[in-house]
Write a protein of this length. Structure first.
Ligand code: IMP
Length: 197
């Protein structure tokens, strides 16, 4: 059993699907944690460790925590660690995927270099061991939304080698190639090698 330090239903589904039959995954809600765990680091890795350590220290469970985001080369790596709140104003307005996509599309108007990547850092504290896994998927930013699946920036991100956005893929298709899917695959490979599954 492991706690995944998130309450994002989409992410929980992704992770539960990948670990199905191998490890039972509990959410923060499942363990009665309703605080907004601080994520104040300036790197994905730092935030992932911050969340994992919080759960371990306050609740004592083995846990995993991820921090992900989108890096757009033409914008110097923005929105990066600010992906979730990219369009948010000081009073908290604009903290949603639609506003984030509108802002990114506006900043990318007239930009011909549209390459970008999703990146995930996944911190694992399990059976006395601490490990970090990184997952990356390269792609490009579309000029408009395509598809209605997924979450976050999915409708405007097309992974390299495909002619569909993440939001036009089934969850299984996305999981197989996504940044989080790749980080999780590495974690499963590691746990299998170490006979911890
Ligand atoms: P988190 O750290 O995984 O919660 O991700 C931070 C933000 O990055 C999310 O709120 C989304 O805006 C964006 N993001 C992360 N992963 C994805 C994804 O798979 N698709 C679309 N957007 C994502």
């Amino acid at each position: 059993m492991i706690v995944f330090a998130t309450n994002n239903a989409h992410k929980l589904d992704e992770v539960r699907q990948i670990l199905k039959g191998r490890i039972e995954v509990l959410s923060l809600k499942d363990i009665g944690c309703d605080v907004d765990i601080p994520e104040t680091a300036d790197t994905f890795e730092g935030n992932a460790w911050q969340k994992a350590r919080y759960v371990k220290e306050h609740y004592g469970y083995d846990c995993m925590a991820d921090d992900s985001g989108l890096e757009v080369d033409a914008l110097g790596g923005e929105p990066g660690v600010h992906s979730a709140r990219y369009a948010a104003t000081a009073d908290g307005r604009g903290h949603d995927s639609e506003a984030n996509m509108d802002l990114l599309l506006a900043k990318m108007q007239n930009k011909s270099a549209r390459n970008a990547r999703f990146r995930t850092a996944l911190a694992l504290m399990y059976k006395g061991d601490e490990q970090l896994f990184n997952g990356v998927v390269e792609g490009r930013i579309l000029t408009a939304r395509h598809g209605t699946g997924g979450f976050g920036y999915d409708p405007i991100f097309m992974p390299d080698g495909y002619d569909r956005s993440f939001a036009e893929m089934s969850p299984e298709q996305k999981n197989a190639i996504s940044h989080r899917g790749r980080a999780l695959q590495q974690m499963v490979q590691y746990l299998t090698q170490e006979h911890k599954l």
